[in-house]
Design a protein around this ligand. Sequence first.
Ligand code: ADP
Length: 263
Amino acid sequence: MRKRLSSMDTAPDGSNLAGVRHIILVLSGKGGVGKSTISTQIALALRHAGKKVGILDVDLCGPSIPRMLNAHGQDVHQCDSGWVPVYVDQEKSISLMSIGFLLERPDDAIVWRGPKKNAMIKQFVGDVAWGDLDFLIVDTPPGTSDEHITTMDALRPFNPMGAVVVTTPQAVSIGDVRRELTFCKKMGLPVVGIVENMSGFVCPHCTECTNVFSKGGGEELARHAGVPFLGCVPLDPLLTQSLEQGKDFIKEFPKSAAYSSIT
Ligand code: ADP
């Protein structure tokens, strides 16, 4: 960690969230299902709809969002009310805070015990000077850990709008999603809906869709659980490419397979 930033001493009194209208948490039962991908695409879609969006990346051990939005390597600065988030676009309509900005080297690992992680999360929730935002998207670590409870405890006074739960179609992931839904219920967090990601692969040559994994599990689960189903996002090589190169997928690839499901 960069020393000058780890010594922040402002009190997390929550006033930095006073100008944030809606807070949405993005959850997944396990890693690699596309939680950060969906977080970034929700933020980009909202931005293209004219909204001001912040992204808080509390996935401390896997902070992938700075790279996905081509913001890696940027510095976080301080102002009187805390950390100034990094703006990822010229119009300053998407701001981002991630531990990725606080690491000395991009491949540094966060090897922290729970209390230190929880303290960092509390600082992230309290000490980032977001200003006025229509939406704050909170990308959480996979599972239902201590970090989730800390995040929820810190955000509860600001009445989060709810959780978007991301799954892939495979049964094992769906099992994990049930645990996410239980977590939301226990925490009193409404479920905005379930997204089934990597739902089929659309061949870029013949546009035929192959269901690499099974399909429809997310929708079935949503029906059973009585929560909204937000839709399927196919595996799309252009989306992978956009994320790897930090491009705005919605702007760059409006004819791609995943575009219509994201927008
Ligand atoms: P998580 O946050 O759940 O760990 P990520 O969002 O980091 O998962 O996604 C894992 C990898 O899968 C990333 O390399 C991302 O580019 C890729 N990916 C996720 N969803 C899709 C998709 N629908 N189409 C293509 N690639 C995807």
